[in-house]
Write a protein that binds this ligand. Structure first.
Ligand code: HEM
Length: 451
């Protein structure tokens, strides 16, 4: 079919006036999506002259992330939001630089590494439990903040062999302020060239000044102890370009470290937060979850080998990431014209893949808004199109930390679920907001109940 004969994607019918759209987008991007998004495989939105396409069908998503991935680079719109803070790390780099970085980092995420991280994960979770045990039964806690602190500690210890006690609050502050302050403005959405002056990009990097100073210290310390450790930082320091023999410069190192800190803790913390929320609302599934933990572990600390036996817990986690995908939207830019599901994609279009939508698609999921972990039973998963469920993305840019995240989340769910039931605090309002990640707007106030 010739490009000219291709149907133009339908416009988003629930179109909001531009100002309302921008206000809504800055508050919570997921609130800009409407039911009509489910009616078409590709939906077009325009912000003035910039074309945005939302691809909302598994085959179309597969084309963007895998089949024709070479045509879709991370969009300037997304990079402009992320790069002022985390720089050009694995998450945002492209081409040869990306391939090289991915090759260097891959061993830190392989099976052997994951096995070696499990005891670090159990130790950090045990320390959290010891703190919880000192609180009275029924003590109120913000579980979102608790999960964030725990996953931050784990990423610092596993990847950088450092204790998060000093660095933790600094990273936490940087992430929190970044998510609050960095909201897309109209000029960001218009996909103007990088040299175009944009007032919104001005003040962002100062949020990271304190973090940069801490990372400098970390890199210098590790540099001095070269050869002793095999953590991710050591790998980054040792890496040499095959052609030039040069290592990473200070800026590159800093960007990789910040990327791993940022990408490596908040998403997992949000997945855990939503899981505790969902379990608290579904007592029958919660009972089943507890019963499995008790049967598999008989009260002892989980080992890596036990995690494969925690089948129901894994299904709960998967279902939680279906309903509340921490990475709710991925964004690409078309380098050249293409066709997706019969729709024409012009060069320069921004193409969004939205787990928040595809995971609740009316035609792909039975009772899509209902929490039902059983839908992740292996035979039901096998019967679904592969790209209907993409919490970790797909294709070559799939999350490098997916195995790490699943291991960590299962360890934490098992150990906390072994000892506690978490109850939603009375009167708590839980509302998802789509910033860079999907967070509960007011945190997650819960009460601890000893089992
Ligand atoms: C539940 C937890 C997590 C979720 C839902 C998640 C989700 C994602 C998604 C959707 C992408 C693809 C983005 C895109 O294609 O535009 C991604 C990429 C990435 N993630 Fe994760 N992630 C999680 C945990 C982690 C962890 C634990 C780490 C590191 C320790 C990590 C590091 C990264 C990096 C470095 C990339 C970029 C990979 C590349 O482009 O080659 N993530 N993640």
């Amino acid at each position: 079919m010739s490009a000219a004969a291709l149907a133009a994607p339908p416009r988003f019918r629930g179109r909001m006036p531009l100002l309302r759209f921008l206000r809504t987008l800055r508050d919570s991007s997921v609130a800009t999506y409407g039911e009509e998004m489910f009616e078409q495989a590709v939906v077009e939105r325009r912000v003035l002259w910039q074309r945005y396409l939302i691809v909302n069908a598994p085959r179309g998503i597969e084309r963007v992330l895998l089949g024709n991935a070479g045509n879709y680079v991370k969009s300037r719109v997304a990079r402009r939001l992320i790069e002022p803070g985390i720089g050009r790390g694995l998450l945002t780099s492209e081409g040869d630089a990306w391939r090289r970085q991915r090759r260097i980092m891959a061993p830190a995420f392989d099976h052997r590494s994951l096995v070696s991280y499990a005891p670090v994960m159990t130790e950090a979770t045990a320390a959290l439990l010891a703190r919880w045990d000192r609180l009275a039964d029924g003590a109120p806690l913000d579980i979102a903040a608790e999960m964030m602190r725990l996953t931050l500690q784990i990423i610092a210890r596993t990847m950088f062999s450092t204790d998060a006690d000093g660095i933790g609050p600094i990273v936490e502050e940087a992430v929190g302020r970044y998510q609050r302050e960095v909201r897309p403005g109209l000029l960001d959405l218009l996909n103007l060239p990088d040299w175009w002056p944009r007032p919104t990009t001005r003040p962002r990097s100062h949020i990271f000044d304190r973090l940069d100073a801490v990372i400098d210290r970390l890199v210098n310390r590790e540099g001095a102890a070269a050869g002793e450790s095999k953590d991710l930082l050591a790998r980054l320091l040792e890496a040499r370009d095959a052609e030039t023999g040069h290592g990473m410069d200070a800026r590159e190192l800093r960007d990789q470290v910040v990327t791993i800190f940022m990408a490596g803790h908040e998403t997992t913390a949000q997945a855990l937060t939503w899981t505790w929320y969902l379990l608290s609302q579904h007592p029958a599934e919660e009972d089943k979850f507890h019963a499995e933990i008790d049967r598999v572990l008989s009260g002892r600390t989980p080992r890596f080998e036990d995690l494969a036996e925690l089948r129901y817990a894994r299904m709960v986690l998967e279902e939680s990431m279906r309903l509340y995908p921490p990475a709710h939207t991925m964004s690409r830019e078309a380098l050249a014209e293409d066709e997706i599901e019969g729709h024409r994609v012009t060069k320069g279009s921004v193409v969004s893949i939205v787990p928040w939508l595809i995971h609740r698609h009316r035609l792909l999921w039975d009772r899509p808004d209902v929490f039902d972990p059983a839908r992740f039973a292996p035979e039901r998963t096998a019967a679904r199109p592969r790209f209907a469920y993409i919490p970790f993305g797909g294709g070559p840019r799939i999350c490098i930390g997916a195995g790490f995240a699943m291991t960590e989340a299962l360890v934490i769910l098992a150990m906390l679920g072994q000892r506690y039931r978490l109850r939603l605090a009375p009167g708590a309002a839980v509302e998802p907001v789509g910033l860079i990640t999907l967070r509960p707007r007011h945190g997650l106030p819960m009460l601890l109940e000893r089992r």
